[in-house]
Design a protein around this ligand. Structure first.
Ligand SMILES: Nc1ncnc2c1ncn2[C@@H]1O[C@H](COP(=O)(O)OP(=O)(O)OP(=O)(O)O)[C@@H](O)[C@H]1O
Ligand code: SF4
Ligand SMILES: [Mg+2]
Length: 400
């Protein structure tokens, strides 16, 4: 099969004609195929690639760089501590995130979005791979190191003030549920001030004024300072959570389904607030959501996850205009169109989502894919760049 130039845009025509190579792929070719051996071979190749990539310097322009990230949870151990079974929640995910941008992460429940976000923030220790933040390899940082200032001699004076603070302040998370993520017995002002004091964000005599200014930025009135979280609605509580996260002046914020627990009428207000704050504070967002309309509104680039793996990644425009992976095509076919006359060609996926503890061999999506071929059951597709910045892993496209 002809190998397309990777940098050339993929048109509808070039994509739709790409098929698995029929001359080499047929039912018979796989009748004697050893799936276990193939899986072991693929794993060895992935491990070798991860090892080779460790030699590469981090991208100096990326705020966050994730390489071959893995987070496996042990499900069963022997008496001596040997792992008998594990769940691959995040399995070999790589991407870069640049200052000021929003990367939307989408995928069905259980595909590993939250685990990936938490592992990047070092709330979980990664099983493998590398995490670079501002060019520094933080993969093996302990909780203690996350609370120490980052020493970066290369920084200019202006950057030192903001970037030589503990990493924990520079990377924050906003959770899905604003009800359970706020301590019920502390007033709002105290909740927001706590980390400000711990990390000496401003001198002690300026804490109250500073907290009030952050509250105001987040649309919270001054008199809320003395009030308790239970006195507020979901939307206001999420504003409090946002103020608490932003009060320590982070540069990266993981937003984990920040509006999915809120009424639809409030969701837009919170999304618009996040966008406004991003501009004012030059924030970089990793925005996790299963709501594609929200992701489309807020993201610059989008990553689509399935069973712990990134199956497609690209700019919002390229992914919405030309989704390559059948899973992305199915997900996006469910996004409502604001035109009442437009026909929805919704692609319904059959079958249950397989368990990440026992993912299907070959392409993990083959058990539900409407376009699956025989090869998909046996050989995992290569994750490749098909147009500039647009990656996908699917046998429908050239693999070499
Ligand atoms: N601490 C843990 N121990 C064992 N398994 C876990 C743990 N945390 C998550 N998992 C499993 O890892 C997989 C990924 O979970 P995760 O919460 O990251 O998914 P998600 O994409 O965020 O889902 P949702 O959209 O429902 O929030 C799931 O199968 C989940 O059961
Ligand atoms: S099963 Fe996987 S590799 Fe095969 S067509 Fe579907 S998405 Fe592509
Ligand atoms: Mg989640």
């Amino acid at each position: 099969m002809e190998n397309k130039n990777d940098t050339q845009p993929i048109s509808e025509e070039t994509v739709s004609v790409a098929e698995p190579t029929p001359e080499t792929v047929s039912e018979e070719d796989f009748s004697q195929f050893d799936n276990e051996a193939e899986a072991a071979k693929e794993q060895a190749a992935r491990d070798a690639q991860a090892e080779a990539d460790k030699e590469l310097p981090p991208d100096p322009n990326a705020l966050l760089e994730v390489r071959h990230l893995k987070k496996y949870f042990t499900l069963k151990k022997t008496f001596l501590g040997k792992t008998l079974s594990e769940l691959r929640a995040v399995d070999d995910v790589s991407f870069k995130l640049y200052p000021g941008e929003t990367l939307g992460i989408v995928g069905e429940s259980g595909c590993g979005k939250t685990t990936m976000g938490r592992t990047i923030l070092k709330l979980h220790q990664p099983t493998g791979g590398q995490i670079f933040f501002n060019g520094q390899d933080i993969t093996d940082y302990t909780t203690k190191q996350m609370h120490r200032p980052m020493i970066q001699p290369s920084l200019d004076n202006a950057s030192i003030a903001t970037l030589n603070r503990p990493l924990r302040t520079q990377m924050q998370i906003i959770f899905q549920d604003p009800y359970s993520s706020l301590p019920p017995r502390s007033p709002v002002g105290e909740i927001i001030a706590e980390a400000v004091k711990v990390h000496n964000i401003v001198p002690p005599d300026q804490v109250k004024d500073y907290v009030l200014s952050v509250m105001s930025q987040c649309g919270l009135l001054d008199y809320y300072y003395e009030r308790y979280p239970h006195e507020f609605s979901g939307g206001q509580r999420q504003r409090i959570c946002i103020a608490r996260a932003l009060a320590v002046k982070p540069s990266l914020v993981v937003c984990d389904e920040p509006v999915s627990a809120l009424d639809v009428s409030i969701q837009a207000q919170i999304i618009n607030l996040l966008k406004k704050l991003q501009e004012e504070m030059n924030l970089t967002y990793l925005f996790i959501s299963h709501d594609l309309s929200v992701v489309k509104h807020i993201s610059d680039r989008i990553g689509v996850m399935y069973l712990g793996s990134m199956v497609e990644f690209g700019s919002k425009e390229s992914i919405f205009a030309n989704p390559l992976h059948p899973y992305t095509q199915a997900l996006f076919s469910a996004v409502p169109v604001p035109d009442p006359d437009a026909k929805m060609n919704r692609i319904l996926l059959g079958g249950d989502i397989p368990s990440p503890a026992n993912p299907p061999k070959g392409c993990k999506f083959h058990t539900r894919c409407p376009k699956a071929k025989e090869i998909c059951k046996h050989i995992a597709p290569v994750y490749k760049e098909y147009e500039e910045g647009h990656f996908a892993a699917c046998h429908l496209y050239p693999q070499d």
